[in-house]
Design a protein around this ligand. Structure first.
Ligand SMILES: [Zn+2]
Length: 126
């Protein structure tokens, strides 16, 4: 399979993930998708990444910022269409989306399931 074909599969799976997130009542904003090798080197040097083999270098990974609906009495990070949301990096909030992502293809991996370095916002295709 060519790289472009793989990238297209990735984007189509991403569309399904975003639809699923929306149906679940969450909101996401986009972080990095493509990453320049210089930026990867910088992340490696500063401990934000452990590898120079990141799927971001191939446009086969994205980092998403998750906002869940605020609970009663909880202060909101942001209001979207008048509803309060809280920015979250908690594995317990996001693992349902990781499971969904991995169910779409045996090549899909969620960073929250990485063994060494938990990367909760990270969704990639091998
Ligand atoms: Zn990432």
């Amino acid at each position: 399979m060519s790289l472009v074909s793989k990238q297209w599969q990735f984007i189509k799976d991403l569309k399904k993930l975003i639809d699923y997130i929306e149906k679940s009542g969450y909101i996401v904003t986009g972080g990095e998708l493509w990453r320049h090798p210089y930026m990867q080197e910088y992340y490696l040097k500063t401990g934000r990444s452990k590898t120079m083999h990141s799927q971001h270098l191939k446009r086969l990974a994205i980092d998403l910022n998750f906002f869940r609906p605020a609970r009663h009495g909880e202060s909101a990070s942001v209001f979207i269409e008048g509803k309060p949301f809280v920015l979250t990096w908690n594995i317990s909030d996001i693992e349902q989306f990781g499971r969904f992502w991995e169910s779409l293809s045996p090549d899909n991996r969620w960073g929250g399931n990485f063994n060494s370095f938990k990367d909760v916002p990270h969704f990639e295709k091998k």
